[in-house]
Design a protein around this ligand. Sequence first.
Ligand code: KDG
Length: 317
Amino acid sequence: MDIITLGETMVLFTPNKTGMLRYMDQFSAQIGGSESNVAIGLARMGHKVGWISRLGNDEFGRKIFQYLRGEGIDLSQVEFDNNFPTGIYFKEMLNSEEVRVQYYRSNSAASHMQPGDLNEKYIASAKYLHISGITPILSDGCYEAILKSIEIARKSSVKVVFDPNLRRTLCSESSCKDILLEISSKADIVLPGKAEGQFLTGEASPENIAKILHENGSSNVVIKLGEKGAYYSAGGDEGYLPAHPVKQVVDPVGAGDGFAAGVLSGLLDGLDIKKSVHRGTVIGSLVTMVLGDIEGLPDRSRLEGITNQLSNEDVAR
Ligand code: KDG
């Protein structure tokens, strides 16, 4: 395995028009989950990826399972839980830049993950373990499972990649901060957005955010700056990269996961940190131009077409 990730994936209901949810009457059913979004992005780039989770033993669980299996992700560590359902969430598209989400995930199957679910050999076989800050705040069992996965990874020289992915609706400010800082301190690579970095460190500039996260224990910090691109500070190398141009934002949700998939894919391909971050900015931007958390993730040939500066139309012609 190149990368193993663990977390919750839900069925996502997206309304067919903009406006408040109370006025919506038609939805399409997609799927989304930060960690499996990253897994899909990496699998589309040809990397070997495994996802660890629990799904409800229900139709939505099977929908997610089939989708991820179709993407070529290893699901040997996914359990179907007879007692709790698959989580779901709704998007509320107020306009293309203002998207809210409404979760129905409390007591979901995935929130019942436990450290005992983890197969040590499986995690130890990977090059990277990817985790997000969403999983440890789902429940005490999930928190313990995340700590255990990190412990296994570190013992086996598997690099830990952490995206804080702050979800303020799922935990209180102080407990979110403590948990995310604790996990950052154990991660080799931390990938916060600028606002998350500010939340965690109290600093506003990317340089100062990175400095504090380095002092906290992570040697590589990459900060997502949205339309301003990204800043990286890793192994003595640091710098800013511009954002890849976005023609029109259709749905920003999932861009950070696309960014993470791009950075990790670059590192797996042996690129240096600067080129890897560049790949992250390209994939992150592609995600924002398509409705859905994963539908905009490119496969390798599309990415190569774009990085060779050919537009889709040029390729099609
Ligand atoms: O990063 C996108 C995710 O937030 C989305 O796919 C759903 O995992 C999700 C969550 O917890 O919000």
